[in-house]
Design a protein around this ligand. Sequence first.
Ligand code: 2AM
Ligand code: CA
Length: 266
Amino acid sequence: MFTSDELASIKSSVEFLCREVGAIIVSKRKQAFRVDEKAFNNLVTEVDKYAETLLVDGLKSIVPQAGFLAEEGTGEPASSGLNWIIDPIDGTTNFVHDIPLYCISIALAQGEQILVGVVYEPNREECFSAFIGGGSVLNGKAVSVSEATELAQSLLATGFPYDDFGREAGYFEVLRDFTHQTRGIRRLGSAALDLAYVAVGRFEAFYEYGLNPWDVAAGMLLVEEAGGKVSDFKGGKQVLFGEEIIASNGHIHPAIEKVIQHTFMA
Ligand code: 2AM
Ligand code: CA
């Protein structure tokens, strides 16, 4: 439905918008802002909501026929299935605590197929982007996943449960196993950024459960277009709405799946 040239042009318009709104987010962080708790441990600030309205307004003029699935509820999905999937600030807890690890995450999807993905980290001014079939880039330069083939050479990323503690026993066993078998584990607090870091080879893999579509939509395309692999915990394709993800450089994917299936899902 879109040509490669059209997707490339949509992507660069989204990148431009993200840089604009990202600068506003960083400047608003220096002023006082209201913080609410949407649900237990799930924070939202007035900056999240304001940034989302700016993004939705900007995206409407980039692809007018697309609808919206946005974390703070701005806009409506389109019956055609062509939708922007948006997280205005992924890593709001970091934003609130003034830890500079948060980003804007924007994907254009047709049904469950991601066509364009942009993750913008405004503090380092790093823009990770991809369109389907076009490869992944960081600030315009082609990137690829890491070449590590062993867990022993791998740095992993994950998120800890923060509101769904029902499965935590198995989860913390997985953490123990990977702590023994890998170079280490990081917990940045922004799933979209974790995925972008897998795409550029900083992490060999990222896994987490309890995620929303706007946390993973853009980042999963970044990983795939950088030569990596994305799956649910069973190795299947239920990622966007499946609330769980393994994203890796591909080489260590079977080893990650094995530990999660054996220790977490058994
Ligand atoms: P958010 O900042 O957009 O809410 C994975 O950890 C994801 O869960 C993050 O990308 C984050 O997205 C969301 N999340 C919500 N509340 C969280 C919390 N208290 N700690 C960590 N992540 C949280
Ligand atoms: Ca968010």
